[in-house]
Write a protein that binds this ligand. Sequence first.
Ligand SMILES: Nc1ncnc2c1ncn2[C@@H]1O[C@H](COP(=O)(O)OP(=O)(O)OP(=O)(O)O)[C@@H](O)[C@H]1O
Ligand SMILES: [Mg+2]
Length: 603
Amino acid sequence: MPPIRHHGMEPGDRPGSAFDPELLKRLWVYIRPHQRYLWAGLGFLLMLSASRLVLPWLVKIAIDDHLAADDLAGYFPLLGGFLGVALLDAVMRRSQQIAVETGGQNALLDLRLSLFRHLQRLPTSFFDRTPTGRLVGRVTTDVEALQEMFSSGVVTIIGDFIFLGATLVILLSLHLKLALVSLLVVPLLLFVTLFVRLRVRSAYVVMRARLSEMNGFLHERISGMPVVQMFNREAATVKAYGGINAGVRDAQLKSVRWETVLSSLMELLSSFTVALILWYGGGLVAENWRTEGIEGGLTLGVLFAFIDYMQKFFQPLNDLSLKYTVMQNAMTASRRIFDLIDVDERLPEVENPVRPAQVVGEIRFEGVEFGYDPEQPVLRGVDFTVAPGEKVALVGATGAGKTTVLKLLTRLYDPLAGRILLDGVDIREYEPRDLRRRIGLVPQDVFLFEGDILENIRLGNPEVTEEAAIAAATRLHLDELVARFPGGWHEPVRERGRNLSAGEKQLLSFARVLAASPRVLVLDEATSNVDSRTEQLLQEAVHEVMQGRTSLAIAHRLSTVRDADRILVFHKGELAEQGSHEQLMEQRGLYWCLVQLQYGDEV
Ligand SMILES: Nc1ncnc2c1ncn2[C@@H]1O[C@H](COP(=O)(O)OP(=O)(O)OP(=O)(O)O)[C@@H](O)[C@H]1O
Ligand SMILES: [Mg+2]
């Protein structure tokens, strides 16, 4: 079995800074249309902070001015006020989260959409060299990391600073000395949390890499299950899976270990601060009692308020380091996302596209040179013309470049040299959309989407009505096969057409093209073995779709070759011979050899 690929960590990943103005500016483009939610969130947060500041103050008043002063008349209304503020606090907390998340989710929706739109515009060559898993990761995991930026409240971090500042002012003005003593722990706290958070983050990055490695492995082995089973690789697969699994466990545990260090330390430091306040402040209160309330002494209410404020002070402080790492992750993710958005390999826009009302259907290749890698030519000096309505078959050994000819004609790739003309006009002067509407392709591997049979024929094209789709399919006798399905035309097609046979899939693929009714047909015949009835249906289907249109068919069936007006024989990227079946057989050249090898007993 092939070695395990490593997913997750990618070249170019560096632990970036938490605030990259360049990236933030680009993110803002997506946030701006929804910024009112963020401003609302910030407003709620400020009110939330205010209520959090008021609560300990109310307790202080209750203790000092009412309990200690034996004034119970004002005590109970104050309690009511306390509950009221607490309720406001709860409502604000929820409103703030909802507002920020709504803005964030909307911005991310836009981002995901524009990312996908961008992907759809990229050329086939880009997808040839970029692993699918990585692209899926951009749209899912990386966008998720950005989402954390909203859910963790990083965007309202200004609110945190205002809250911390206000608390500081209150503490210092309540009792300067006690405030300084109780803040002793803060530098230590900041240092510890930042230190541990950075450890948690690196453990987390490893964990993400392990998880995506595991997902990649599962995905591959589950889709390749028949191979695993047929070649008795179950034990080896389990062993490999066990290895990856242990990696996931270790990474999870490591990150949990640091997380727990952090939460325990936080608790400890918080209790330590309470002890500090009780030790120093308690002494002051006792002294105050002994001296019967000298000026500037410490009251019990103030002591209580101090403890409460300090505990409320700890939470945002702790959050700051969390938000720092979330921000770091978000920046890494957005760098990856924008790197993808910056891939600019689109086909250049056509200045004045030609848009003939009617395509006659003449195809001409003029000195076409091409290589997927420019250093390694795949097609060399290919010249040929297909007259309107002519049926041409392409034959040649495997790897001769036949499929490549079709890819160039449909502009999945552009030639390195030479020209391809449709009705005498370079295909680069048509809009790609327009060109592809005029040239129908039946590919070698049929790709079906989840949906039903009809949907797979129509492919969401509004120009293809249900009736047209059924009519096209019926002309190919697909109705005979469909009649066997309980759901008929609406029989569900599963992922990649798993529940259909090879022959059914091919017929469906023919129906697609027939329904769209293009002027030019290009066909990459598949070579699957089907029963003789289906084979007959497929032969008829080929004949049917080629009828009355210019067609270029890579032929594997002798019947298709025979049906053609002319045969082009490709050999190692060059057009070696052309002519009718009879002519080429007489030449006793390459074609003759191919026929002997491929159809020896049929001729
Ligand atoms: N996406 C690609 N990237 C790089 N090289 C490719 C790519 N597709 C095909 N090739 C190479 O280009 C050459 C021609 O391939 P092509 O698919 O045109 O052959 P073919 O004649 O259609 O063969 P077959 O009869 O087996 O389908 C082959 O050597 C192949 O390895
Ligand atoms: Mg091919």
